[in-house]
Design a protein around this ligand. Structure first.
Ligand code: ZN
Length: 80
C-alpha cells in the first residue's frame, strides 16, 4: 500500500529538519523567514490565523485531505 504524503499546516516543523512549512509561500523555509517583513510581509491573515485555517481544513468532517495525506498528532508547529 502506498504511504500517504505528509500534510503540513502553516508553521509545521518539517519532519527530520529544522525548516518550517509556510503555506503563504507554499515552501519549506527557515524560521527567520517568518520574521522577515520583506520576504514574508504581513497579510490579511496573521500567521496564527493561517495556522488555524490549515487545522480547520484538516479537521473538517470527511475531509478529502485525509484520504491522501497524513499528519502525525505529535507534529510540532511554531504557531500552535
Ligand atoms: Zn512565507
Amino acid at each position: 500500500m502506498q504511504s500517504k504524503k505528509r500534510y503540513y499546516f502553516h508553521g509545521d516543523v518539517v519532519d527530520g529538519s529544522t525548516q518550517v512549512y509556510c503555506a503563504q509561500h507554499d515552501d519549506m523555509v527557515d524560521v527567520a523567514h517568518f520574521y522577515d517583513m520583506e520576504i514574508h510581509p504581513p497579510s490579511r491573515l496573521s500567521d496564527y490565523d493561517r495556522y488555524l485555517r490549515s487545522r480547520k481544513a484538516w479537521n473538517r468532517r470527511n475531509s478529502p485531505l485525509r484520504q491522501h495525506y497524513s499528519r502525525p498528532t505529535t507534529a510540532r508547529n511554531i504557531f500552535a
